[in-house]
Design a protein around this ligand. Structure first.
Ligand SMILES: Nc1nc2c(ncn2[C@@H]2O[C@H](COP(=O)(O)OP(=O)(O)OP(=O)(O)O)[C@@H](O)[C@H]2O)c(=O)[nH]1
Ligand SMILES: [Mg+2]
Length: 414
């Protein structure tokens, strides 16, 4: 490695462009004339290309040499383990993104990204957050919001929608609508076409505006109904404690899952005792659990009313209706594998109940499908409204509303 101490006094910036978690790929951005000296000191291209002569937009693969400190056992040391400095190489791709800006793409392990950042910082670079980086590279506020959300969202569809917006799908739709409005004097068909696009944008906004906020789904129902078992089955691991004792879950417990490509927070709750069960008032810890469950249910998007099919129906749990903005409800029957629950199945299906068993897996795929269709009906309309532009911010929505008003006025005047 060449000596880079002479750079200690220089000022330039470095940032992590990928989320601060393990991923397939890690990217850091470097800005400043001094970057080239550090790159020269640490980077060896596989080809004969020299980074000084690289054109903007070009990339080159090579080895990045850096030193890492590892603890190793040493027989002659009284402590046993001693820190050791080791030279290491990583395969990286170097991209010249501007006259004085670079990106280094490397595998997404956290240690290597940290080591790369440290190399630049110890040579005098200032580490800045990625939003500042994009701002100083001329990225718009909207694109910064999208990038920030991209780093935070879970699930395939949110990432796909955001990536499309970063590629300019929303602006393209807005431009098309403006052009169609301008041409509307020539033909009414133009206004109709503009209205089709604006309607699609408006329909997609409900989801677009809350992409970074997962859907809230809460499991409510009597004790022992199988709520925790259901949550574990949907999450794919033993998140909640399951036991045959009534009242196992005492508190609300949220778990982030991705269902059919959409991020959902599933919340397990303390079960309700049927009113007839209470010889005396419920113990305060159970009352507290139920109150917390009801509180969480009020702000949920969807309530799964869970009941065991081998138990008589218990309709004593009820929430005051939240009106149009209140949560949706789905009725879920559990323990379909138990012989005494079989008699309920034929009847229940026609009543809209989703019949499941966590023992056999019955009904779980159907449940996931119905949950997603209930939460995001826009995704299953004849034309998926997320294929094009989607309003992501309230400013986007204002633009859409304003254009819709214009279309209405023009239509009246025709
Ligand atoms: N046979 C059968 N048993 C189930 C099924 N689902 C849950 N159970 C059993 O029912 C019992 C209660 O399950 P839980 O998931 O703890 O029920 P819960 O609704 O979370 O109960 P509380 O936390 O007490 O409110 C456990 O013994 C589970 O193994 C199922 O699909 N089939
Ligand atoms: Mg439970």
């Amino acid at each position: 490695m060449k000596e880079v101490d002479s750079l200690k006094d220089s000022r330039f910036v470095v940032t992590r462009l990928t989320p601060s978690q393990v991923g397939a790929l890690g990217v850091i951005g470097i800005l400043g004339g001094d970057a080239e000296l550090i790159l020269n000191a640490h980077f060896d291209a596989y080809s004969k290309s020299s980074i000084q002569t690289l054109d903007v937009g070009s990339l080159v693969a090579g080895d990045w040499h850096h030193a890492i400190v590892v603890t190793q056992s040493a027989s002659d040391s009284p402590e046993g383990m001693v820190p050791q400095r080791q030279e290491k190489s990583e395969c990286v791709v170097l991209v010249k993104t501007g006259v004085e800006t670079w990106e280094i793409h490397v595998h997404g392990g956290l240690a290597v990204i940290k080591s790369l950042l440290k190399t630049f910082v110890s040579a005098g670079a200032v580490e800045i957050p990625s939003n500042e980086w994009f701002a100083c590279n001329g990225s718009s506020y909207r694109n910064n919001v999208i990038r920030d959300q991209l780093a935070r969202v879970d699930g395939f569809y949110a990432s796909q929608i955001l990536t499309r917006q970063l590629a300019g799908y929303f602006q393209r739709d807005i431009k098309q609508i403006r052009q169609l409005i301008c041409k509307s004097k020539k033909s009414q068909d133009n206004l109709k076409e503009a209205e089709t696009v604006i309607n699609r944008l408006e329909r997609s906004a409900r989801v677009g505006i809350r992409l970074a906020e997962p859907w809230q789904v809460i499991l409510l129902g009597p004790v022992n109904a199988g709520k925790s078992s259901l949550l574990n089955a949907l999450a794919g691991y033993a998140r909640s404690i399951v036991s045959p004792h009534a009242g196992t879950t005492r508190d609300v417990l949220a778990t982030r899952v991705v269902l059919n490509g959409w991020a959902v927070d599933l919340t397990d709750t303390a079960g309700f005792h049927p009113v007839s069960d209470f010889q005396q008032p419920a113990p305060s810890i159970e009352k507290e659990g139920m109150e917390r469950a009801m509180e969480a249910a009020r702000s949920a998007d969807l309530i799964l009313n869970v009941r065991a099919l081998n138990e008589p129906e218990n309709d004593e749990i009820s929430l005051e209706s939240g009106g149009e903005d209140g949560p949706h409800y789905l009725e879920v029957g559990t323990k379909a594998d138990l012989s005494d629950s079989k008699q309920f199945i034929g009847k229940s299906l026609s009543a809209g109940l989703i019949v499941t068993s966590t023992r056999t897996g019955q009904g779980l795929d159907e449940l996931v499908k119905v949950i997603i269709e209930t939460l995001i009906p826009e995704a299953r309309e004849p034309t998926d409204c997320f294929v094009g532009g989607v309003p992501i911010t309230s400013e986007d929505l204002d633009v859409v509303k304003e254009l819709h008003e214009k279309i209405k006025i023009y239509s009246r005047d025709l």
